[in-house]
Design a protein around this ligand. Structure first.
Ligand code: PLP
Length: 427
């Protein structure tokens, strides 16, 4: 809808925003348009989307190819029940994903968001063990992990004020220490011990970088070692590539850095280039086969009304076309190099406690007395950047930059100039 910028709504908004404390949050800007790395508001202000609108936009807002695919599909087939029916867009997409994903992932289950992709993965893992008559339900996960906000994915993620209220509903998960630099062996030893202690259904990890946990990076060899330990103990490895998938870490999937094939792979966010909600959970043939039976109790009992929505699948196919036809890998490599170069300017700056980069993602921790996700400085920083026409949403004192791949060097300069100004102001 094109809206006249003078349009006003009467009375207070009834909208309840996600992850927002309305008592503290400023009035949200009314965004009318998106193009490339930029958003335009109803007042005509342009905002540089330096976090890809919650890490989803990869090729830029309103990429013409994705827009055209959505338009075409919407005029052809908008939606069809996916139980007992199929359609061209999903069939093509599933085949393309199997060809692109680490070899051995043979089946594709569709859902709608990152949370459901992981929720499905957990159900698949537990269902697998049940169906092969070796019931196991114990899940292992990394400290500081984030996998979504459903009851299941909250259970697997880090615990804190965000899920404390729901604690009675959350299930028990064995958490392994984050493989921080120099402490990687502690994680691997804990994994080995947990696997020996009792049968485990699966280890769930964000490969190489924990997003919401603070953009915490760990080396590829640790993921490879985790794979080996899981193999030795027959534990399934679930890779949550909801954030890392589709190029964020420099490769199509982060698992590729470690040449690791997970048993289950979860993708969402960048799957449609960020234009529409869609998620997939890929799994090995054995997991599908364990659910393949004339005994109906072995069915994988999961669905949602919009499973494999044709318009979203068409957007995802257009995303893959862009990967095929545009120099996306080169763009990502160039963005990574630009990020590295901009970060380097702060290397000796004591106002930053640490910094890191993986692929297109860069993060800097502002040195403050009271660090962490809940550090009040997070909101102040967001407001500071907002005043400078930038969409950045720091995780407490951690400022991260995760722009669409089409961002220009000049755009990045604006971001880093604002970060320098923030260090000056808050440091
Ligand atoms: N897993 C990871 C690693 C994520 O970063 C996120 C979202 O940020 C999710 C799962 C949940 O995805 P969604 O917000 O689409 O439900």
């Amino acid at each position: 809808m094109t809206m006249d910028h003078r349009t006003t709504f009467a009375g207070p908004s009834p909208v309840w925003h996600p992850f927002t404390q309305h008592a503290l949050a400023p009035e949200p800007p009314l965004v009318l348009r998106g193009e490339g790395a930029w958003l335009t508001t109803a007042t005509g202000e342009r905002i540089l989307d330096a976090i890809s609108s919650w890490w989803v936009i990869t090729h830029g807002h309103c990429h013409p190819r994705i827009v055209a695919a959505i338009r075409d599909q919407a005029g052809e087939l908008d939606q069809v029940i996916f139980a007992g029916h199929t359609h061209l867009a999903a069939e093509a997409l599933a085949r393309r994903l199997v060809a692109l994903a680490p070899a051995g992932l043979a089946h594709v289950f569709f859902s709608d968001s990152g949370s459901t992709a992981v929720e499905v993965a957990l159900k698949m893992a537990v269902g697998y063990w049940r169906n092969i008559a070796e019931p196991r339900s114990r899940i292992l996960a990394l400290e500081h992990g984030y996998h979504g906000d459903t009851i299941g994915t909250m259970s697997a993620g880090a615990r804190g004020i965000y899920n404390a209220a729901y604690e009675p509903l959350l299930f028990d998960v064995t958490r392994l220490p984050f493989p921080a630099q120099g402490r990687e062996e502690a994680t691997l030893t804990a994994l080995e011990a947990a696997c020996r202690e009792a049968p485990c259904a699966a280890l769930l990890v964000e490969p190489l970088i924990l997003g919401a946990g603070g953009m915490l990076v760990y080396p590829a060899w640790v993921l490879a070692e985790m794979r080996s330990i899981c193999d030795r103990h027959g534990v399934l490895l679930i890779a949550d590539e909801v954030m890392t998938g589709f190029g964020r870490t420099g490769r199509l999937f982060a698992c590729e850095h470690a040449s690791v094939m997970p048993d289950i792979l979860c993708c969402a966010k960048g799957l449609t280039g960020g234009a529409l909600p869609l998620a997939v959970t890929l799994c090995r043939r054995e997991i599908f086969d364990a659910h393949y039976s004339e005994d109906r109790r072995r069915t994988f009992f999961h669905s949602s009304s919009f499973t494999a929505n044709p318009i979203a699948c068409a957007a995802a196919n257009a995303n893959l076309d862009i990967w095929d036809e545009e120099p996306v890998a080169e763009r990502i490599a160039a963005l990574g190099a630009l990020q590295e170069e901009r970060l380097a300017r702060f290397h000796d700056d004591a106002r930053f406690a640490s910094m890191r980069r993986l692929g297109t993602v860069a993060a800097l921790d502002l040195a403050v007395d009271d660090p962490g996700y809940l550090a009040g400085i997070g909101l102040e920083l967001a407001a500071f950047f907002r005043e400078r026409g930038l969409l950045l949403r720091p995780l407490g004192n951690t400022i991260y930059v995760m722009p669409p791949y089409c961002v220009t060097a000049g755009d990045l300069d604006r971001v880093y100039a604002a970060i320098a100004a923030a260090a000056e102001h808050f440091g």
